[in-house]
Ligand binder design. Structure first.
Ligand SMILES: *Cc1c(COP(=O)(O)O)cnc(C)c1O
Length: 351
């Protein structure tokens, strides 16, 4: 073995494990919360219009997209930063607020990328288990971390915390609270108002799920102008490419498309939950584009996952406390949902 050139934090790191992306197409893919419907047609048109300008650097701050976010959420352009996916904005927040050796708090189980990003910074994870009813744990309030993450709706549970509970959490903290709202467009309420009302709150959103643009890599954050200015200082100078900025702006401007798209997903979510209940599954109340559900009759979740896999249906199983007995199923089209339900009846019937 030669010399080890890596920082200790990187050397010890087990990297983030994303959901499986099959190279063949015959899978019913319900494992990574992608949207089954196409994005707004205006996105392709906006991207095409950029083709003859690809030799030019993009606008460093992606202002076409910032302006659309500002309009949609009724904030100033100075309250908005665009990211290369909302994942980039999580990284920026850690780099901006957390020294190596300091802690980052979050309720668990949650989005497992947080832990990985914290380790990369050489900082220390402070997971606090959710209460039994998936409400906020007492121990999270008043914690002394410079940064607290809160996914709301949470992943992989799909559960939603009310805005006043999140406001109380923000008020109890000395540090920053980042509310990760990757799934908020599928939910009945959200915390966007806190981003400008509370000085220590950042709200992040993603275009990957509700806007059907996981492949474009765009997210945004809303916060006070001071916080946004600080994040702007540490991002890559051209963090959002020309095609992504134009496509994102067009997507956000098409409010009718978002409404129709998320409406369909919510309807299928209700139907799937109801059909699973008839088969004896226990499903957590979801406000996202997936459900976390426990198979009936003592069928182990991992066995159910494997049996679906054999039938070319991909869902997600997490070998983690509190969710090990469940599988997470992304909401697909009605046709995909029927295939999942047919396969499930077959699996239950052959036991
Ligand atoms: C999908 C997801 C993200 C990442 O979104 P991108 O915009 O694709 O980077 C962030 N947070 C949570 C909780 C997610 O599930």
């Amino acid at each position: 073995m030669g010399k080890n050139y890596f920082r200790e934090a990187v050397d010890r790191l087990a990297g983030y494990v994303p959901g499986f992306q099959p190279k063949v197409r015959d899978f019913v893919k319900l494992n990574t919360n992608e949207n089954p419907y196409p994005p707004s047609p205006a996105v392709l048109e906006a991207i095409r219009a950029q083709f003859d300008r690809l030799r030019l650097y993009p606008d460093p701050t992606a202002d076409v997209a910032r302006e659309q976010v500002a309009t949609l959420h009724d904030v100033a352009v100075d309250n908005v930063i665009i990211g290369n996916g909302s994942d980039e904005l999580l990284t920026l927040a850690i780099r901006a607020f957390v020294e190596a050796g300091e802690t980052v708090s979050f309720p668990e189980p949650t989005y497992s990328l947080y832990e990985v990003l914290v380790r990369i910074q050489g900082a220390v994870n402070r997971p606090v288990p959710f209460a039994d009813d998936w409400s906020l744990p007492e121990a999270l309030f008043g914690n002394d971390s410079p940064l607290t993450f809160l996914a709301n709706p949470n992943a992989p549970t799909g559960t939603l915390l009310p805005t006043d509970a999140v406001r109380k959490l923000a008020d109890s903290l000395d540090g920053m609270l980042l509310v990760d709202e990757a799934y908020a467009d599928f939910a009945e309420t959200n915390c966007m108002t806190l981003a400008t009302e509370c000085g220590n709150v950042i709200v992040t959103r993603s275009l990957s799920k509700s806007y059907s643009l996981a492949g474009l890599r765009v997210g945004f954050a809303v916060a006070s102008a001071e916080i946004i200015a600080g994040l702007m200082k540490i991002r890559d100078s051209y963090n959002v490419d020309r095609l992504a900025a134009a496509g994102a702006a067009a997507a956000i401007a098409d409010e009718a498309h978002l409404e129709a798209n998320t409406g369909r997903i919510r309807k299928t979510r209700a139907r799937l939950t109801e059909e699973l209940a008839k088969l004896g599954f226990e499903t957590l109340p979801s406000q996202a584009n997936f459900v976390l559900t426990r198979p009936p009759g003592g069928l182990p979740a991992k066995d159910y996952f494997d049996a679906l896999w054999e039938r070319l249906i991909l869902v997600r199983w997490f070998d983690r406390d509190r969710v090990r007995d469940f599988v997470r199923i992304s909401i697909g089209t009605d046709e995909e949902t029927d295939k999942l339900l047919d396969a499930t009846r077959e699996i239950l019937g052959t036991r």
